[in-house]
Design a protein around this ligand. Sequence first.
Ligand code: GN1
Ligand code: MG
Length: 386
Amino acid sequence: MPVYQEKQLQEISKQFQIYGEILHAETCKIGHINETYSATYDQGGMRIRYIHQKINKYVFKNPTAVMRNLERVSTHLRFKLESMRVPHITRRCLAIIPTRSGKSYYVDRAGDFWRTFVFIEGVHTLETVQSPGQAYQAGYAFGEFQNLLVDLPGGRLHETIPDFHDTRKRFTALQEAIQKDHLNRAQSAAPEIAFALKQEKIVDVILKALAKGKIPERITHNDTKFNNVMLDVVSGEAMCVVDLDTVMPGCALYDFGDMVRTTTSPTLEDELDLSKVKLQMPIFEKLAEGYLATAGKFLNKAERELMAFSGKLITFEIGIRFLTDYLNGDNYFRIHRPGHNLDRCRTQFKLVESIAQQEETMQKIVNKLNGVEVRRRRTTGKTKKR
Ligand code: GN1
Ligand code: MG
């Protein structure tokens, strides 16, 4: 981390209710959007860590709304966990450290918003799933997250990024970027553009179901990447769901879809060897099982029926977002090499193909988990063929 940032962080850290001297700080290289640091303090002779995070103003145009949502969501989660008598609550949900004046964030001289969280010890996040059990944990944790927020009081949350998963608007944005092509990059992405445009028929499926009221609006996380679940390093149990800036009104399937995207392939999001990118069915099965163990308490029939499809749609959506950003000049997602967003896009599209090939089997697994077959057998007396 450059020295000036460390100095800047020392200034920032003084604004929060932390009773200690900052010893050192490191950049956390997670996420494409916010800047995150873990800082070690000497507090009463003990070493203690906190997370300091700067909100990306380009992406989150209304950071006050982000923080208001975060306060409400984390307070509610805490309340629910307390009432369920769950132990170690500060390892189970994000705990905001207030500023010295009691606010949840600090605005620095440059107008940037900073917040501080308790650092959760003894957990880690992983970029890829290494076992079906981990996928189960991720599914369970995000499902439980949605489940605990079903009764959030106080009215609708702010839409911190309006139309975040509006796949039609994402598709239109891609079409515009192709048409403008102001950096002359479209040619270098010709196969990806052709692939994207060919998928138009899937774009409106969930939007239509929402518009018709078949699928309800729910409070959703909206960024359910596998690396947003903290796993206990000893037990492997999912402890805490993080990255709550996009928690807002949404569709449960967006969350499930992004879990499919980020758990089922053994590869990283920007894998260059596309032959390795594929949906692994045993992982999907465990993911769905974990998710339904918790979200199964509230999902309706239409939501359950689109679970496999949602994996394809959300993988496609993120793919076209990477492609759009590549064409527009990489302004949104942080990149680490030229062409990075195009590489990410290719990986997503390869996964879309793999999901499409296996979608029927995936949905059969979901139906089985949902007990559809069992119910049919009960009503018809017949055993359904597999
Ligand atoms: C961004 O920063 P990160 O990695 O948590 C993005 C998600 C994408 C993801 C792709 C606010 O999340 O929507 O799915 O990158 N977050 C925002 O890796 O746009
Ligand atoms: Mg995020």
